[in-house]
Design a protein around this ligand. Sequence first.
Ligand SMILES: C[S@@+](CC[C@H](N)C(=O)[O-])C[C@H]1O[C@@H](n2cnc3c(N)ncnc32)[C@H](O)[C@@H]1O
Length: 217
Amino acid sequence: MEPDFWRQRWREGRIGFHRADVLPSLVRHWSTLGLPAGSTVFVPLCGKSRDMAWLAAQGHRVVGIELVGDALHAFFADEGLTPGSDRIEAASSTLIRHRAGAYTLYEGDLFDLDAAMLGNVAAIYDRAALIALPADLRRRYATHLDCIAPMASQLLVCLEYPDGEHQGPPFSIDAEAVAALYGAARVEALSRQTLPKDDGPAGVSVLTEAVYRIGPR
Ligand SMILES: C[S@@+](CC[C@H](N)C(=O)[O-])C[C@H]1O[C@@H](n2cnc3c(N)ncnc32)[C@H](O)[C@@H]1O
C-alpha cells in the first residue's frame, strides 16, 4: 500500500485494526519467547497499539516504527507521556524519533530504519504488520527484519480467511506462506483459533487467528 493509503485511513479514523484492549494471544504466548525483563522489543508498523504498553509493563523497552505521526502522538497521549523528538537522517528520508518512558517510536518508513537506529533487539512483535502488506512487499519486509534485527526471535500474529472474500489489508497469510518467508525450520505454530467475524473485515465468512514463534535467523 502507498503511504497515502495509510495516512488517509488515519486521517479519516478508518482504523478498525486498532484494539482498545491488549491482544489476548500476546498475553498468552509472550512468555514462550523467554526474554529477560529489560530487553528491547521491536514493534514494526506499530500504530498506536496498546500492546506496546503491555510489553513495557512486562519490563521491556519498546522500539516501534509507524508511518503516521498522529498515531504515535495518540499513543503517547494515552500513556500520559510527552516525548522529546529529534530528526534522524536515513538513507532516503528523514525519520522522526520520539522518546519517552520505555518507548522509542520512530515516525517514518520501516524500510528506512537501519540496524544502528534500532539498536540491540531481543524480539520482534508483529501483530497486523505482515498481514498489512501486499504480497510483493512481504519478502522485502521479512528480509529487512532479518537484516536489522538478526538476533531477534519473533511472535507473529496472522489472520486467515477464505480466498477471494476480501482484497486486503488485512491479507490472509497461512502457515505455508509464513514458512516460505522465514524458513520452515525457524517457524513454530503456537495456536489457531476461530475469531468472531466482527473482528475481521466485512464479507469474510470464517476468520482464523494463527500465532507463530519464529526463531532468530
Ligand atoms: C494494520 S495497521 C496495524 C497497527 C498495529 N500493529 C496494531 O496492531 O494496531 C498497519 C500500520 O502500519 C503502518 N504502516 C504501513 N506501512 C508502513 C511502513 N512502510 N512503515 C511504517 N509504518 C507503516 C500504517 O500506517 C498502519 O498504522
